[in-house]
Every structure is written in structure tokens, then in C-alpha cells.
Write a new protein. Sequence first.
Length: 705
Amino acid sequence: MGDTGCAREPTAVILAVTTDMSVIQDLDEVGLFVGVNGEVKSSLRTFVSTEVAAKLPGTVSILEPEEANKPVHIRVAGYKNGQLKVVRDAIVTVPPKALTVLRMPLGWLSATQKRPGTSGTNGTARAGQVKPMALTEEEASFKEFDAFFPGYVSPCATGETSNDGACISVLAEPQVTTYGDLVRDVFGGSVSLNEATGVAEGGVCFDMEACFKNEQTLKVTDYPECKVTIPESIGNTVNFALVRNLASGCDGYECFVPLDADKRWDAQARVYTLPREACERVKSADPAVKVERIAVATACERKYEATPRCNGLYGAVRDKAPSDPNRPRYYKEEPPNPPPPTGDGGVPEGGTPDGGDAGPKLPTLLGRLTQLQNPRKLAVANDRVWVRGRIGMAFLDGRGVSTPTEVSPLPTDQGAVDDGGGYPDIAAAGNGACAVSLIQSKAWCYDLTTRGYTASSAVTGVVSFGGRVAVLETVFARPPAALMNPPRGVLKVVQPSGDLPANVLSEVGGVEGVSVGAAIAPSGRALVAMTPSPGTDGFIRLTTGPVASGTDANSVVLMTIPGSATTIVGMTFPVISMAATNTEAFVAIPAPDAASATLHRRAFADAAPTEPPAMPGVTLPYVLGEISPAVAVDDAYVYWGGGAQGPMAVSTCTRRAVTPKALFPSAGAQNNTTYAVARSGTKLYFATDDGRVYSMDPPAPEPCP
């Protein structure tokens, strides 16, 4: 939440999403769903695993809707391997001119609750349809989220949500806080943050192994009310944990689920109230939900919600030693103003990189990828921005309201790894994307539905086509005696999910060499780059008509690649970046030293085996051995990374001299070195070399007399 530059009181509910389970082993994905007036305003799912920047505990801000005091429906869900595990619901109204916090815990007892829960208010079973006072039946339900939760049946009645196996009202009361208190209370007293890794430094996490090393078993039968009186002699160094059955899939101390003392500890009476659901589960015979025993230990101070569990190396809080109060703080004691709401549900849109809205609208920071190395190519599909790095691939939400999610690196193949060489290309369609690794000569396709990869061999490029992905293969003539015949480039349709079919989309051949890049114009005509042996001319071939699945397409030579460009220092063949409008192609051709490139254009109507005209005044930076920058185009501009100058644009006007313009120049110490750009829908996307990914409105077209 950044400073908007306006005098405005903070108005937001900060959701503190926590879990008592093991990140990765029990949960690998978290979903956030927000609705107002029965309409879904946000539906995001974010991975939390060994390869992502998203960590728990985490916070998300919900801004005030346009209609003041309007109830906002919030659902936080946890998933494992794509399967729903736990749901937490809340209905809140955003208090005006106040910063508040609402905890949304994803607890193990709720995740494994299989029977109707008892009410958290009177201890009796709640059957049938009930609703909190002052809410209609429609307001108390969360029907707007049904499409995202097929088959889900809540263990609680309408108007209630599960909390440690008990059913409590969905009507939630956020607590007034400050930014400093929020950080301390959510991140274990943290006073500093490593922005590159998202790890809260100085905070303390609860070390399960150290605290329960000498634990003992609580005899539940001795406490029929599930309440334990703590003797004065023990003091405050007492903790309880539920020990799960090994058959539930846990291992070692991952089987321990610590209990928070908040609302369970009566200091005056020295009574600790355990979850009734936990005491009941000691008797259960179902290994998936059974509490094998309840452990008690006295080695550590009592655990509270503000001290999150240590979840290996992947929790936002990692320190096990006490906090150092002298560490520099990354927050201000006086809270900055939040960005203004732009619609019901309060999901912020646009603004400056810091979230502001003063002055001209600058690029919006969508997120920063910390695992993926050096973004080189972008692809956009279904509101997701997929990123191909020098090593690995990743994606994040194109609306800028989710934590970046990384699935890098690519799989290894017979010992070969994606080491950043060759042509790091990517294309996206539907719920997945395919990335090329020339070291392995494969396209690795990642599917968000199955959370897995499939592969296609002999691939040198990928391109999106009609909601699908096509891979570019080089096919040589057979039998071996005919190897001197020219090879052909073959576009094959694949889906990022399931098996990779072998149906041919288009054959583009007739040139001796290797196919090393493809683009498809909005009209459906395909461009394929074919490079021959070093020192001889290569070609860009253009299909004579729109390509269609299962049909071959004839092709003509649109332009040549000068022989000097096919002898590149450090490369076995040159890397070509292409983009096209309905009527013409724009191609980046590298110089022999691979330190720069020139941008060329040719109209489809001018197809001829001659060198195309270079666009005046346009020299593109290159990085040795990598495709950089990428080229994107619309009717008004050609876009490219610009290297240290940041993203650049040059008008496509041919009736006057044109000059490249900087779209987001570096400011101060900020590194805007850029190689990856993409144009999709109404937005231009680019990624800086340090992993930051932005979206922005394209510049207004320049006059073209």
C-alpha cells in the first residue's frame, strides 16, 4: 500500500492469512475471493512452495467499496496439489477512515472437519439454515463463489464458518491497528523486511522441534470439559500441540499442530481451553482426521497468533532466536495513505509503481520475481503474464493484485539443464504456457490444472495461435540418404495441458537450415525464421494464407537474413525476434558481434527474397547468447526492451521521420534495464532485468501526416 500523494485517511481491512499447518507439505496454494452485492470482484489463486515468492503468513488489503458500509464477502481457501483442503469465510464492512486487521487462519482442524460442527457460541449442534442477525438469507450465503468451488459443502450452516472445528459467525469485526502494530502482530514481532526475498527479518517463528523435544502426553480422559488448569509452579512456559496420525501423510514434527493461546488462555483462572473438536478426535478411528494424542511441553513461552509457526525455509518468518529491537524498521510508525478504491470490493488498479494516483499514469508494478533469473520473454493469456527468464519460467496475475508465482526452473532431461543459452522463448494459452529450452531442444509446457509438465522434442520456437500454442519443429527429410534435401519448419498445435498431439498446423519449408523463431499475425498468417549454415543467407518465410489446424500452408520468402548475421559470436545460429500486424512484419536481426541489432520491417505485399529496409534510427541492444530484446507491435508502435534505457517505442508511421521514445526511464538507483516486452489487450507489459514485471497503458499514437 503506497502513498497516493493526497491527504486521505487510511481506509482498509488488512487480511492476515495464517496457517498452523506445514507450508508445502499440507498447503501449496492459497486462494482469495472477494464479492460485493453478489458479484465476484476478485478470484485469485497463488502458489506457496519452494519455488515462489509467496509465503505465509501474508497480508492482503481490502479497500472500502464505493458504497460505504456495504458488506464485503471474503473467502480464503487452501489447496494441495490442486485439491481444496480448507475454507475460511468472513463478511466485513470496511470501517471508514481506519486501518484494521482481520485474521483469516487456515487451520488443520477446519481442513479435516468432515461432520457438522458445533456452534462456537453456545456449544450446541447447529442444523439447518441459520443466518446472523441483520443479514438476509442471500447476504449470509456465499453463492457468488459457487463456480470456483464445485461440489464444496461447508461443514457449517449458512452464515457460519469453521474455526478449529467449531462453527462461528461469518460476521467478522476487524480490529483497529497501525502499520507498525500490524507488522509486529502478524510477522512475529518483525522490524525489518528483505524485499528481494519477502522474508521478514527480526521476527520470531515458533520452533516446534525445540519447544516439544521433551513433550509429554496429556491424558484427555482426565479433562472431560477439554479444559486444563495450569499450576502456578509452571508459570507461562507451557504449550499444547495436536499430534496427527502418521497415516495422514505427515512426518516427524510436521505431525505436530501447535495451538495458539489467544482466546484459549484465562490468565486469572490459569485455565487453558483446548478445542473440543481435538478432544473428540482422540477417539476417532479415521487416520486422516485422528488426533493421535495431545502433547504438552514447558520448554518455551506460550505461543500466540503473533508468533507464526516455523515452516521450513519457506515461511515469511524464519528467525528462531528472539528479535533484535535495534534492527532498522521497514515500516513507518505513521501509516501512509492507501491507494484509492476504484470499484466495489476495493481492488486497486493502475497508478504509479508505488500505488499512487497523482500526475500522469505511470506503469503499474505487478510483482517481483525473485527465483526466476533475468526475464527475457513475456506471454499473456487469461489475465496471466507468463515470464521466460534466462533460466526458468514463471507467471503472475496481470491485474497486479496477487503475489507472484514462480514455477522455475524447467525440468532436466537426461542430465541436460536449462542454463540460459540458446533461445529462451515462451507462448501462453488458456491455463498454461510452453517455454523453449534449446539446450534440450524441447518445449516444456506447464499446465495450471495438473500442476505438471509435458514436453515436445526438436523444438526451436513456440507461438500462440487461436487460444492454443503451436511449437516450431525442424523436420529433416528421411531416409538418411535424403538428408541433403531442405528441411522444413513445422508448426504443430499443442495444448499446455495433457498429451502433445502431433497434428500439423502448418508446414513452412523449402530452405536449408534450422527454424529458430515464429510469429503469427492477427490475420492468422505465420512467419518462420529459417537460418542456414553460418555465413550464408537465411530467410523469413510467410504463409500464403491463414494457417488452420490440420492443414498445410504454402509459404513465400518475405525477407532475407544477411549472411553476415548468421555468423554470430557465441551462437551456433542467430536468434531472431519477430512481431507482425495484419499487413507487415517487424524483425530484429542481430549484428555479428551480438552486441546490437537492427529493426527491419516489410509489408506482406512486398514479399520478395531481398533484404528489408531498416527502420531509421533504431538500434537494439543485445546480450550475448540470449534473445534480447523481444519485439512487440501494434498499429501505432513497435516496442522493444531498450536495455539500460528501459522499454522503448518507435512509431510505425512511414510518412515522416520517427524517433524512438523512452517509456519508463530509470530514476535514481532504480534499475530499469529491460529486455522483455509484450502487447496484449489494452496493455503493454515489460519486465526489468531484476525481475520486476509491469503493465502500462500504451502511449497515444503520434500524428502521421
